[in-house]
Design a protein. Structure first.
Length: 386
């Protein structure tokens, strides 16, 4: 239930916690308290196998039940035991590292030129299809890709341009509801065999109609005319301008800011733990900023409902949430020299900073591999797996 909004008097009770953005409660604690009971009470509900596998592993993160590695001091034989992590996208800690790795991967591809953030969404009536059959999420990538490529091909026929863009799938809205949509990092330009051409304008009204037609046609092919044609015709009547697509010039001062926005929470739980305002053992109170009017909403849910809203976003195994297209795809051959946003040296440096030892050193100013007895550097000795 919604407790209050930014316009209500009760909002003052939560204002300081929202502004501080401190982590007061952890998602893992909520699952530790309620996951077994949730599985028992809702055993009749169908759950995708990956959900139980992911959560059970997540709850064992950084415990010896997942195995551990041993580091040994070469001077005094002192040993340090480091438990293994779960390495799931659902875990706040592991997901953050995974997210950084994906961001570095994207940075290594980007050309040193302006990009814009494009959002492709579908009507609420279609969300159930994507939730019930996760394979249909591939169609969102296909439809958004076809839309951009078609517009550039029609607009710049003589230049024969190849666009460059990276698509990221989000399955959630700010209220943790299931709302699949594509966030795209689109290069403001195109590449031919001999030159780079700047593009200042993309027609997102054209994107809207084209995207709507393509995604509806693809869904009809998958679902069949008999089941889908009636809804398809109804959507055309209700959305004469097409589905919502937003593609303005970037409001971010740098490509890094744009990338950080698009990739946030890609691999972590669908909400930051700093958004949890209260947890009393049974109910979880959290906040989010409503998209259409930027109003802050405070919502209170039973822990079971909170768990339910989170686990529906756990991805299928090996599903790629980031995909590279056009000139950013490795299979596309580019014959002209286009400057990259980052040099290989910087990329390698950023990768090194995302190692567990460096992250502890940066955040806590402690080197975990320095022997506490003789101050020598410990070395890897062996690992144990369960």
């Amino acid at each position: 239930m919604i407790v209050c909004t930014g316009n209500d008097k009760e909002f003052d009770l939560y204002k300081d916690k929202i502004n501080n953005r401190k982590v007061l409660f952890h998602i893992k604690d909520i699952f530790n308290d309620h996951w077994l009971n949730y599985k028992s009470i809702f055993a009749h509900r169908h759950r995708r196998p990956i959900i139980d596998k992911t959560i059970d592993k997540f709850l064992l993160c950084k415990t010896f039940l997942l195995g551990y590695s041993v580091y040994k001091c070469p001077s005094c034989d002192h040993e340090k035991i480091v438990p293994n992590t779960c390495k799931t996208r659902f875990c706040s800690s592991c997901g953050n590292k995974y997210n950084e790795d994906r961001a570095i991967s994207i940075f290594s591809k980007l050309f040193n030129w302006r990009h814009r953030h494009v959002v492709f969404t579908v009507a609420e009536d279609l969300r159930g299809y994507f939730r019930n059959d996760r394979n249909l999420l591939n169609l969102l990538f296909d439809a958004s890709s076809i839309t951009v490529k078609f517009w550039i091909k029609e607009k710049y026929k003589k230049d024969n341009l190849t666009p460059a863009f990276i698509s990221v799938l989000h399955t959630y809205g700010r209220a943790l509801n299931f709302n699949p949509h594509i966030h795209m990092i689109l290069l403001d330009g195109g590449i031919s065999k001999t030159k780079f051409k700047n593009i200042d304008f993309f027609s997102y009204p054209s994107f809207r109609k084209r995207f709507m037609k393509v995604i509806l046609d693809l869904l009809e092919q998958q679902l069949g005319k008999k089941e889908f044609r009636k809804l398809k015709n109804d959507l055309y009547l209700r959305y004469p301008k097409g589905f919502y697509v937003y593609a303005p010039k970037s409001k971010f001062k740098s490509v890094k800011g744009l990338l950080s926005y698009v990739c946030r929470y890609l691999s972590r739980p669908v909400m930051a733990e700093s958004r949890i305002l209260d947890y009393d053992g049974s109910y979880v109170t959290f906040w989010y900023q409503r998209h259409h009017d930027d109003l802050i909403i405070i919502e209170k849910l039973h822990a079971y409902e909170f768990i339910h809203r989170l686990i529906i976003h756990i991805p299928e195994p090996n599903f790629k949430y980031i995909r590279f297209y056009g000139a950013y795809n490795n299979r596309t051959k580019i014959y002209i020299d286009v400057a990259k946003l980052m040099t290989q040296e910087k990329i390698n440096f950023r990768k090194s900073l995302n190692k567990w030892r460096c992250k502890i050193l940066v955040n806590f100013h402690i080197d975990p591999l320095i022997c506490p007895k003789c101050k020598e550097e410990m070395v890897y000795y062996k690992s144990y797996y369960t």
